[in-house]
Design a protein around this ligand. Structure first.
Ligand code: HEM
Ligand code: HEM
Length: 176
Protein backbone atom coordinates (compact mmCIF):
# COMPACT_ATOMS: atom_id res chain seq x y z
CA UNK A 1 0.00 0.00 0.00
CA UNK A 2 1.49 3.35 -0.97
CA UNK A 3 1.54 6.20 1.49
CA UNK A 4 3.62 8.49 -0.70
CA UNK A 5 1.36 11.47 -0.33
CA UNK A 6 0.80 11.21 3.39
CA UNK A 7 3.18 12.78 5.85
CA UNK A 8 5.36 10.26 7.69
CA UNK A 9 3.99 11.51 10.98
CA UNK A 10 0.71 9.69 10.33
CA UNK A 11 2.37 6.59 8.87
CA UNK A 12 3.51 3.97 11.38
CA UNK A 13 7.25 4.19 12.00
CA UNK A 14 9.92 2.98 14.38
CA UNK A 15 10.62 5.22 17.38
CA UNK A 16 13.80 7.31 17.60
CA UNK A 17 15.64 4.92 19.90
CA UNK A 18 14.98 1.95 17.59
CA UNK A 19 16.12 3.93 14.55
CA UNK A 20 19.30 5.16 16.26
CA UNK A 21 20.19 1.69 17.51
CA UNK A 22 19.43 0.09 14.11
CA UNK A 23 21.84 2.36 12.20
CA UNK A 24 24.51 2.42 14.91
CA UNK A 25 24.61 -1.38 14.96
CA UNK A 26 24.47 -1.56 11.14
CA UNK A 27 27.48 0.81 10.86
CA UNK A 28 29.43 -1.19 13.46
CA UNK A 29 28.62 -4.46 11.68
CA UNK A 30 30.01 -2.99 8.43
CA UNK A 31 33.20 -2.10 10.36
CA UNK A 32 33.33 -5.72 11.62
CA UNK A 33 33.27 -7.17 8.10
CA UNK A 34 35.64 -4.52 6.75
CA UNK A 35 38.26 -5.05 9.48
CA UNK A 36 37.90 -8.86 9.56
CA UNK A 37 38.25 -9.16 5.79
CA UNK A 38 40.98 -6.56 5.30
CA UNK A 39 43.51 -7.26 8.06
CA UNK A 40 44.56 -10.46 6.26
CA UNK A 41 46.26 -8.49 3.48
CA UNK A 42 48.77 -7.05 5.97
CA UNK A 43 51.69 -9.01 7.34
CA UNK A 44 51.39 -10.67 10.72
CA UNK A 45 52.81 -8.34 13.39
CA UNK A 46 52.51 -5.23 11.17
CA UNK A 47 50.96 -2.02 12.55
CA UNK A 48 47.94 -1.81 10.20
CA UNK A 49 46.99 -5.39 10.98
CA UNK A 50 47.23 -4.69 14.69
CA UNK A 51 45.13 -1.50 14.42
CA UNK A 52 42.42 -3.23 12.34
CA UNK A 53 42.31 -6.10 14.84
CA UNK A 54 41.99 -3.65 17.76
CA UNK A 55 39.14 -1.82 15.99
CA UNK A 56 37.47 -5.22 15.42
CA UNK A 57 37.59 -6.06 19.13
CA UNK A 58 36.32 -2.66 20.30
CA UNK A 59 33.59 -2.17 17.67
CA UNK A 60 32.52 -5.83 18.00
CA UNK A 61 32.17 -5.53 21.76
CA UNK A 62 30.10 -2.38 21.20
CA UNK A 63 27.82 -4.44 18.91
CA UNK A 64 27.19 -6.86 21.76
CA UNK A 65 26.37 -4.10 24.28
CA UNK A 66 24.10 -2.30 21.79
CA UNK A 67 22.44 -5.57 20.75
CA UNK A 68 21.46 -6.27 24.36
CA UNK A 69 20.08 -2.72 24.74
CA UNK A 70 18.33 -3.00 21.41
CA UNK A 71 16.66 -6.32 22.15
CA UNK A 72 15.65 -5.02 25.57
CA UNK A 73 14.10 -1.96 23.95
CA UNK A 74 12.39 -4.05 21.27
CA UNK A 75 10.81 -6.38 23.83
CA UNK A 76 9.28 -3.42 25.63
CA UNK A 77 8.28 -1.35 22.57
CA UNK A 78 6.15 -2.47 19.67
CA UNK A 79 7.42 -2.41 16.10
CA UNK A 80 5.06 -0.75 13.61
CA UNK A 81 2.81 -3.30 11.89
CA UNK A 82 3.82 -4.31 8.36
CA UNK A 83 1.98 -2.51 5.54
CA UNK A 84 -1.59 -3.72 5.12
CA UNK A 85 -1.93 -6.46 2.57
CA UNK A 86 1.48 -7.98 3.29
CA UNK A 87 1.01 -11.69 2.60
CA UNK A 88 1.51 -14.27 5.28
CA UNK A 89 4.63 -15.88 3.77
CA UNK A 90 6.29 -12.44 3.41
CA UNK A 91 5.37 -11.54 6.99
CA UNK A 92 6.89 -14.81 8.18
CA UNK A 93 10.01 -14.27 6.07
CA UNK A 94 10.47 -10.74 7.44
CA UNK A 95 10.05 -11.98 11.00
CA UNK A 96 12.47 -14.85 10.44
CA UNK A 97 15.14 -12.62 8.88
CA UNK A 98 14.79 -10.00 11.63
CA UNK A 99 14.98 -12.71 14.30
CA UNK A 100 18.12 -14.17 12.72
CA UNK A 101 19.69 -10.70 12.56
CA UNK A 102 19.03 -10.16 16.27
CA UNK A 103 20.52 -13.58 16.97
CA UNK A 104 23.56 -12.77 14.82
CA UNK A 105 24.39 -9.52 16.64
CA UNK A 106 24.30 -11.40 19.96
CA UNK A 107 25.98 -14.68 19.07
CA UNK A 108 28.74 -13.48 16.72
CA UNK A 109 30.33 -10.94 19.11
CA UNK A 110 29.90 -13.39 22.01
CA UNK A 111 31.86 -16.01 20.02
CA UNK A 112 34.46 -13.35 19.18
CA UNK A 113 34.91 -12.52 22.85
CA UNK A 114 35.19 -16.21 23.76
CA UNK A 115 37.86 -16.54 21.06
CA UNK A 116 40.08 -13.83 22.50
CA UNK A 117 39.64 -14.36 26.25
CA UNK A 118 41.45 -16.82 28.46
CA UNK A 119 38.09 -18.49 28.88
CA UNK A 120 38.15 -19.03 25.12
CA UNK A 121 41.49 -20.82 25.35
CA UNK A 122 40.13 -23.27 27.87
CA UNK A 123 37.19 -23.88 25.59
CA UNK A 124 39.48 -24.87 22.72
CA UNK A 125 38.99 -23.85 19.11
CA UNK A 126 35.26 -24.17 18.71
CA UNK A 127 34.37 -20.49 19.43
CA UNK A 128 36.88 -19.38 16.75
CA UNK A 129 35.69 -22.03 14.27
CA UNK A 130 32.05 -21.04 14.87
CA UNK A 131 32.90 -17.31 14.55
CA UNK A 132 34.62 -17.97 11.21
CA UNK A 133 31.84 -20.25 9.96
CA UNK A 134 29.12 -17.73 10.80
CA UNK A 135 30.79 -14.89 8.87
CA UNK A 136 29.43 -15.88 5.46
CA UNK A 137 26.07 -17.02 6.80
CA UNK A 138 25.52 -13.65 8.52
CA UNK A 139 26.72 -11.81 5.40
CA UNK A 140 24.10 -13.72 3.36
CA UNK A 141 21.28 -12.88 5.82
CA UNK A 142 22.27 -9.19 5.76
CA UNK A 143 22.29 -9.24 1.94
CA UNK A 144 18.79 -10.70 1.98
CA UNK A 145 17.68 -7.96 4.40
CA UNK A 146 19.20 -5.19 2.26
CA UNK A 147 17.75 -6.73 -0.91
CA UNK A 148 14.29 -6.65 0.73
CA UNK A 149 14.77 -2.98 1.67
CA UNK A 150 15.79 -2.16 -1.93
CA UNK A 151 12.84 -4.14 -3.27
CA UNK A 152 10.42 -2.16 -1.07
CA UNK A 153 12.04 1.15 -1.97
CA UNK A 154 12.32 0.82 -5.76
CA UNK A 155 9.86 -1.91 -6.84
CA UNK A 156 7.00 -1.82 -4.35
CA UNK A 157 7.59 1.88 -3.53
CA UNK A 158 5.63 1.49 -0.31
CA UNK A 159 7.74 3.81 1.84
CA UNK A 160 8.88 0.98 4.11
CA UNK A 161 12.43 2.34 4.35
CA UNK A 162 11.08 5.60 5.72
CA UNK A 163 9.86 3.77 8.81
CA UNK A 164 13.48 3.15 9.73
CA UNK A 165 14.81 6.64 8.88
CA UNK A 166 15.28 9.57 11.30
CA UNK A 167 12.13 11.75 11.23
CA UNK A 168 13.71 14.64 9.27
CA UNK A 169 15.11 12.39 6.53
CA UNK A 170 11.81 10.51 6.39
CA UNK A 171 9.96 13.81 5.80
CA UNK A 172 12.36 14.78 3.02
CA UNK A 173 11.91 11.36 1.39
CA UNK A 174 8.12 11.70 1.62
CA UNK A 175 8.16 15.02 -0.25
CA UNK A 176 10.06 13.62 -3.25
C1 HEM B 1 28.83 -8.67 14.78
C2 HEM B 1 30.06 -8.80 15.24
C3 HEM B 1 31.21 -9.41 14.48
C4 HEM B 1 31.35 -9.72 13.15
C5 HEM B 1 30.33 -9.54 12.02
C6 HEM B 1 32.67 -10.28 12.98
C7 HEM B 1 33.22 -10.67 11.76
C8 HEM B 1 34.48 -11.22 11.60
C9 HEM B 1 35.13 -11.48 10.33
C10 HEM B 1 34.55 -11.14 8.96
C11 HEM B 1 36.32 -12.08 10.59
C12 HEM B 1 37.34 -12.56 9.59
C13 HEM B 1 37.07 -13.97 9.20
C14 HEM B 1 38.09 -14.51 8.24
O1 HEM B 1 39.29 -14.22 8.37
O2 HEM B 1 37.66 -15.26 7.36
C15 HEM B 1 36.46 -12.18 12.03
C16 HEM B 1 37.53 -12.72 12.70
C17 HEM B 1 37.76 -12.57 14.04
N1 HEM B 1 36.95 -11.94 14.95
FE1 HEM B 1 35.15 -11.13 14.58
N2 HEM B 1 33.30 -10.32 14.20
C18 HEM B 1 32.45 -9.77 15.14
C19 HEM B 1 32.71 -9.57 16.48
C20 HEM B 1 33.89 -9.91 17.11
C21 HEM B 1 34.23 -9.63 18.50
C22 HEM B 1 33.34 -8.91 19.51
C23 HEM B 1 35.47 -10.15 18.73
C24 HEM B 1 36.30 -10.15 19.98
C25 HEM B 1 36.18 -9.32 21.00
C26 HEM B 1 35.91 -10.76 17.50
C27 HEM B 1 37.11 -11.45 17.35
C28 HEM B 1 37.56 -11.98 16.18
C29 HEM B 1 38.82 -12.69 16.07
C30 HEM B 1 39.82 -12.99 17.19
C31 HEM B 1 38.94 -13.06 14.72
C32 HEM B 1 40.12 -13.77 14.07
C33 HEM B 1 40.06 -15.22 14.26
C34 HEM B 1 41.32 -15.81 13.69
O3 HEM B 1 41.72 -15.46 12.58
O4 HEM B 1 41.90 -16.59 14.41
N3 HEM B 1 34.95 -10.60 16.54
N4 HEM B 1 35.31 -11.64 12.62
C1 HEM C 1 21.90 -0.80 4.16
C2 HEM C 1 21.64 -1.54 5.21
C3 HEM C 1 20.27 -1.68 5.85
C4 HEM C 1 19.03 -1.22 5.46
C5 HEM C 1 18.70 -0.39 4.22
C6 HEM C 1 18.08 -1.65 6.46
C7 HEM C 1 16.73 -1.34 6.45
C8 HEM C 1 15.81 -1.75 7.38
C9 HEM C 1 14.40 -1.39 7.39
C10 HEM C 1 13.73 -0.50 6.36
C11 HEM C 1 13.82 -1.99 8.44
C12 HEM C 1 12.35 -1.89 8.86
C13 HEM C 1 11.53 -2.99 8.32
C14 HEM C 1 10.07 -2.74 8.62
O1 HEM C 1 9.62 -1.59 8.49
O2 HEM C 1 9.35 -3.68 8.98
C15 HEM C 1 14.85 -2.76 9.13
C16 HEM C 1 14.63 -3.54 10.25
C17 HEM C 1 15.61 -4.28 10.88
N1 HEM C 1 16.96 -4.30 10.56
FE1 HEM C 1 17.85 -3.34 9.01
N2 HEM C 1 18.73 -2.40 7.41
C18 HEM C 1 20.07 -2.44 7.08
C19 HEM C 1 21.07 -3.08 7.76
C20 HEM C 1 20.88 -3.88 8.88
C21 HEM C 1 21.92 -4.62 9.57
C22 HEM C 1 23.41 -4.64 9.17
C23 HEM C 1 21.33 -5.25 10.61
C24 HEM C 1 21.92 -6.18 11.66
C25 HEM C 1 22.91 -6.96 11.48
C26 HEM C 1 19.90 -4.94 10.58
C27 HEM C 1 18.95 -5.42 11.46
C28 HEM C 1 17.60 -5.15 11.44
C29 HEM C 1 16.62 -5.73 12.33
C30 HEM C 1 16.91 -6.74 13.44
C31 HEM C 1 15.38 -5.18 11.99
C32 HEM C 1 14.02 -5.50 12.63
C33 HEM C 1 13.53 -4.40 13.51
C34 HEM C 1 12.33 -4.89 14.32
O3 HEM C 1 11.22 -4.88 13.83
O4 HEM C 1 12.56 -5.31 15.46
N3 HEM C 1 19.67 -4.10 9.52
N4 HEM C 1 16.05 -2.59 8.47
Amino acid sequence: MSSDTSSPSDAPAYDRVSVTLHWLVAALVVIQFATGWVWGIFERGSDPRFVLFRIHLVAGTAVLVLAVLRIGWRLTHRAPPLPQGTSRPITLAAKAVHGLLYLAILVQPALGLLTVTAFGKSLGRWPRDAHMMLVNIIAAIIMLHIAAAIWHQFILRDGLLRRMLPARKARAAAMK
